[in-house]
Every structure is written in structure tokens, then in C-alpha cells.
Unconditional design. Structure first.
Length: 114
């Protein structure tokens, strides 16, 4: 069973930055399209950004120009650089395959507040 471990969340002021990391315990990590997702209280989990095995990235309209997804296949890790954070970015952030095929990890809490 694949384990996903997200980290890097925290409390940040509006306009600040955070870098999230997600390590996956899986062989052949490089073949999987990966994604970052988030779930705010009372809302459904939504896709934030995805990256293909060939490093092609896509973003939700709400984060375009502010967030950057990347991956390190040697470390089996996917990253999410978040800049110009807004209060509406507050959520628990999760990673998974782009198709959400693995068991979810515990996520990492991101809180944007002054």
C-alpha cells in the first residue's frame, strides 16, 4: 500500500509563501501523474494543481500565477510552492496521483490569516 506523507503547512499571513512537500513510498514514482488537492471546512476536496510524468503542469484558475507544482523523481516527492497566499487558500492540502487512486495521507494544514 502506498503511503503519502505531506508536510510544510502552517500559519502564514496574507501575501506570504509556503512550500509543501509530499513523499510517496512507491516504486516507479516517475510514471505517475501527481496532484495537489485541498479541502476547506464544509467544502468538497478540489484539485489545485497536477503534474504529468513528463512535467507538464496544470492549475486551478484560483491559483494560477501564484502556485507552482514540481516533482523530484529521485526523492519520490512532489512539491507545491505557494506564493501570494490569500485567506481563501486556507485548507488541508493533500497529494495523490492525478486520478486520486491511492489512499489519502493525513494532509497538511495551511492557514492564511492576519
Amino acid at each position: 500500500q502506498v503511503q503519502l506523507v505531506e508536510s510544510g503547512g502552517g500559519l502564514v499571513q496574507p501575501g506570504g509563501s509556503l512550500r509543501l512537500s509530499c513523499a510517496a513510498s512507491v516504486s516507479m514514482f516517475n510514471i505517475y501523474g501527481m496532484g495537489w488537492f485541498r479541502q476547506a471546512p464544509g467544502k468538497q476536496r478540489e484539485s489545485v494543481a497536477t503534474i504529468t510524468s513528463g512535467d507538464s503542469a496544470n492549475y486551478a484558475d484560483s491559483v494560477k500565477g501564484r502556485f507552482t507544482i514540481s516533482r523530484d523523481n529521485v526523492r519520490k516527492t512532489v512539491y507545491l510552492q505557494m506564493n501570494s497566499l490569500k485567506p481563501e487558500d486556507t485548507a488541508v492540502y493533500y497529494c495523490n496521483t492525478a486520478r486520486r487512486t491511492w489512499t489519502w495521507g493525513q494532509g497538511t494544514q495551511v492557514t492564511v490569516s492576519s
